[in-house]
Design a protein around this ligand. Structure first.
Ligand SMILES: [Zn+2]
Length: 531
C-alpha cells in the first residue's frame, strides 16, 4: 500500500524545469511519477493515503551539506548575539543575562560580529569583567574561529599575560602586552577545555530543537560536524541515535573529526556505518581559520593587514599525515579550507594520497581560488561544500580583506560551476541561518535581503535552478547518494520539501517571504503547516 502526492506543481529536478502532476510512493521510495490519471489508473487500489498539495509546490527534499546541528540547537537555546548591531546593545543583553544567572554560572553567548557595529568594537576583557565580575564568560564570534573571555574564564583556562600562543592559535594582547580576552582559533580551546562538560540531557535538548527547527524550514537532511566538541565521540553519537529515530526522522550524515577517529574505531564503527537515518561520513580536519579574524591562510598577505597571511592549523607535513590517517581508515576527508594557500596544501595532500576507489573527498568553504587551483580540482574526485549565504554576510568588508585582484576569484560560485566542479550547498549553521531559501536567495541575487544594488560581482550569480540543485542533487552527490536522493524519480528515497510559492518563477526577493509548508522524510510527513 502506498501514498499519492498530487494537487500542486511538482519539480522533479531530473532536468531543468521538468514538472509532473503526481508522485506515487511506497515503502519509503518513489515508485512512479506521472499525470494524476495515469497514476490513479495504475495504482488506484494500492493508494492508502492521498496527499493533496493544495496548489503548493513540491521539490526534492532540501539537504544542508555543511552545518553543525548541535551548535545550531545551542544557538536556539542560548543567548543569541547574532542579530546585535551595536556594542551598546551587546552590552545590554550581556548585563541582562548576568542578572538572571547565579554566581559562578558560565555566561555563554553565540554569534557576535563586530562588523555589524558602527564602531566595530571588540570588547576588552576589562569591560567584560565589569559586566560579569562573578561569572566566567565566553562569547563565540559568528565565525566560530574566535571567542571573547573575561578574566574569570581566562583564570580557569590558565591563561596569563605571559602564556605563549598555542600552535595554530593566537592570544591577542593590547599595547601593554596584556591578554585582551580575544582568543583566535586553537587558543579558544584553552577556555573551552576549562568549561564543565555539557550534560547528555542538554545535548539531547539542543539536538532535538535543532532537528525540529530544520524540519520546519523544509530541510530533510544535513551533513553535520559535532562529534569532537561535546565530551567525545561516544556520547555525541549516542545523542544522534537517541534523537533521530524511527519517530523523528532526518537524514544525518556525521563528519568525524580526526581527533575522535580512534574512539569511533574502538566502538567497532567506521565510515558508512550507522542507521537508516544517522550515518558516519568523512573525516573532518581544518587547514586554516576564517576571513573575519584574518586567520584564513592566503598565498599573498591580507590587503588590509600586509603583515598577516593567516594561520595554518597544521604544518604541511601534519596535514598530509592526517589525510594518510583517513586513508588508513578507508575514509574520505572533509577539509575546512577558506584561503587559497590552505586550498593548495589540501590539494597537494589529496593528490599525494587520493581516496579509495569510489570515495569522494570534500573541501568545505573554498572561498578563495585561482585558475591553477581550479584546474587541479577538476582532476580530483572532490566536491566543494559552499555556503552561498556568506555573500550576504561577508560583503562588503571582505573586499577590504582580500583586495580587488583576488575578489574575482573569491566567492566565485558561477566560475566553479562553469568549470564543472561538483558543488553542494549548505548554511554552516549556527554561523548562518539554516533556512535554505536564504542561501538560495543569496546565490541568485548576491546581496543581503534588503540591499537595493545589483549584487556583489553579479556575473557570479547562479540561476534559481543551479542554486536549488546545490541543496538537493549537490548534497546527495557529496555523500555518494546521487542514485538514491536529490531528484524525484522512480527508485529514489521519498524525501520532499513543499513550499508555498514557486521559487523558480517568482521574483527572487519573494523567496524571502516563502515558507516550507510540508516536509516529507522517508515517505513520512514530519512537518505540515497547511490544512
Ligand atoms: Zn563549519
Amino acid at each position: 500500500m502506498g501514498k499519492l502526492w498530487y494537487g500542486g506543481k511538482i519539480y522533479t529536478l531530473v532536468d531543468e524545469g521538468l514538472t509532473v502532476e503526481a508522485v506515487y510512493t511506497e515503502g519509503g521510495q518513489v515508485v512512479k511519477t506521472g499525470t494524476f490519471s495515469e497514476l490513479t489508473d495504475e495504482f488506484g487500489n494500492h493508494i492508502q493515503s492521498w496527499h493533496d498539495l493544495k496548489g503548493n509546490v513540491m521539490i526534492p527534499g532540501f539537504v544542508d551539506s555543511h552545518l553543525h546541528m548541535i551548535g545550531h540547537g545551542e544557538k536556539l537555546l542560548r543567548l543569541d548575539l547574532s542579530l546585535v548591531d551595536s556594542a551598546e546593545e551587546m552590552k545590554r543583553l550581556l548585563v541582562e543575562k548576568v542578572n538572571e544567572s547565579s554566581p559562578n554560572e558560565w555566561i555563554i553567548g553565540e554569534g557576535w560580529n563586530e562588523n555589524n557595529f558602527p564602531d566595530r568594537k571588540i570588547f576588552h576583557r576589562d569591560e567584560l569583567d565589569r559586566i560579569a565580575p562573578n561569572n566566567p564568560m565566553m562569547l563565540t564570534r559568528v565565525c566560530r574561529h574566535a571567542i571573547l573571555a573575561n578574566s574569570i574564564a581566562m583564570d580557569l583556562a590558565g591563561i596569563t599575560d605571559s602564556t605563549t600562543d598555542p600552535e595554530g592559535g593566537v592570544i591577542m594582547r593590547d599595547n601593554d602586552g596584556r591578554a585582551t580576552g580575544y582568543l583566535l582559533d586553537k587558543a579558544q580551546e584553552l577556555v573551552k577545555d576549562a568549561m564543565p562538560e555539557v550534560s547528555l540531557s542538554f545535548l539531547e535538548k539542543a539536538l532535538t530543537s535543532s532537528v525540529d527547527d530544520l524540519i520546519s524550514k523544509g530541510v530533510t537532511g544535513g551533513h553535520t560536524e559535532d562529534l569532537n566538541y561535546y565530551g567525545g565521540f561516544t556520547r555525541t553519537y549516542k545523542t544522534f541515535l537517541n534523537v533521530i529515530n524511527g519517530t523523528r526522522k532526518f537524514r544525518a550524515n556525521l563528519l568525524v573529526h580526526h581527533e575522535v577517529i580512534e574512539e569511533m574505531r574502538m566502538q567497532g564503527l567506521g565510515f558508512g556505518d550507522g542507521t537508516e537515518y544517522v550515518e558516519l561520513g568523512a573525516m573532518k580536519l581544518f587547514a586554516d581559520g576564517a576571513l573575519g579574524g584574518r586567520t584564513a591562510l592566503l598565498s599573498v598577505p591580507y590587503n588590509d593587514s600586509p603583515n598577516t597571511s593567516g594561520v595554518a592549523i597544521h604544518s604541511v607535513e601534519g596535514l598530509e599525515k592526517l589525510v594518510q590517517k583517513a586513508r588508513a581508515h578507508h575514509m574520505p576527508v572533509a577539509i575546512h579550507v577558506i584561503g587559497d594557500l590552505a586550498l593548495e596544501y589540501a590539494i597537494d595532500a589529496i593528490e599525494k594520497h587520493p581516496p579509495h576507489h569510489g570515495l569522494r573527498d570534500r573541501l568545505i568553504h573554498t572561498q578563495v581560488v585561482n585558475q591553477d587551483l581550479i584546474d587541479r580540482l577538476k582532476q580530483l574526485p572532490v566536491i566543494l561544500d559552499i555556503q552561498p549565504r556568506f555573500v550576504a554576510s561577508d560583503f562588503p568588508w571582505v573586499m577590504e580583506r582580500l583586495g580587488e585582484e583576488r575578489m574575482k576569484w573569491s566567492f566565485a560560485w558561477k566560475t566553479l560551476l562553469d568549470n564543472r566542479i561538483p558543488i553542494a550547498g549548505g548554511s554552516d549553521a549556527p554561523i548562518e541561518p539554516v533556512d535554505p531559501l536564504l542561501g538560495i536567495h543569496a546565490a541568485v541575487t548576491r546581496k543581503r535581503p534588503n540591499d537595493t544594488h545589483d549584487g556583489y560581482y553579479p556575473d557570479q550569480k547562479l540561476s534559481v535552478y543551479e542554486a536549488v540543485c546545490l541543496f538537493t542533487k549537490g548534497s546527495a552527490y557529496a555523500i555518494g547518494k546521487e542514485k538514491e536522493r536529490g531528484i524525484i524519480k522512480e527508485g529514489m528515497d521519498a524525501d520532499f520539501t513543499v513550499l508555498n510559492r514557486d521559487i523558480f518563477t517568482c521574483d527572487p526577493d519573494l523567496m524571502l517571504d516563502t515558507k516550507a509548508v510540508m516536509t516529507v522524510i522517508d515517505e513520512t510527513i514530519q512537518y505540515q503547516d497547511f490544512d
